[in-house]
Design a binder for this molecule. Structure first.
Ligand code: ADP
Length: 166
């Protein structure tokens, strides 16, 4: 099973992907999570993208394209995978199409989550409150200002192109 989950920040891509992981025993490939790990561990990519992510903007296509291609080549993706948060631009969608063709694999479905904007902001705030209550670390891009930017990036760069991304 090879799936893509698309949707604005706070739509629940990660939560739904986790359910699919359990159901189909295939890995969730979250570009956001991969980038956060790169930032946290201070890799070259992490240093390159930290400021961009903290502003709530999309990182350059090249960075994520390479990350996804390398990840799909790993052994645990042979039976399938769930792409969470990729592709997010037309350029990424085009690279993904070529990449899958070259690797000889086909997608089964693209799932788009749609959620009302006010609910998205509420969810982000609840996520922050829950994380703090549990003594965890809040994502540095989970604050009102950066979240608004992430929503705007989604609206401008991802949502209008969904017909093409399919
Ligand atoms: P959300 O969908 O909640 O905004 P993600 O965890 O998917 O969160 O992404 C967090 C950040 O990582 C994004 O704001 C962006 O900076 C970066 N990012 C993740 N995936 C991509 C991608 N496919 N292209 C460009 N930037 C990405």
């Amino acid at each position: 099973m090879r799936l893509i989950i698309l949707g604005p920040p706070g739509a629940g891509k990660g939560t739904q992907a986790q359910r699919l992981v359990e159901r189909y025993s295939i890995p969730q490939l979250s570009t956001g999570e991969m980038l956060r790990v790169a930032v946290a561990t201070g890799t070259e990519i992490g240093r390159e993208v930290k400021a961009i992510m903290d502003r709530g903007e999309l990182v350059p296509d090249d960075v994520v394209n390479h990350m996804v291609s390398d990840r799909i080549d790993q052994e645990d993706c042979r039976r399938g995978f769930i792409l969470d948060g990729f592709p997010r631009t037309v350029a990424q969608a085009e690279v993904l199409t070529a990449m899958l063709e070259q690797k000889g694999v086909k997608l089964d479905a693209v799932i788009e989550l749609k959620v009302d904007q006010a609910a998205l902001i509420e969810r982000m705030e609840k996520r922050v409150a829950d994380t703090l209550a549990a003594g965890g670390t809040v994502r540095s891009d989970d604050n009102r200002e950066t979240f608004a930017r992430r929503l705007d990036e989604y609206r401008r760069k991802t949502a209008p192109h969904r017909e093409i991304a399919r």
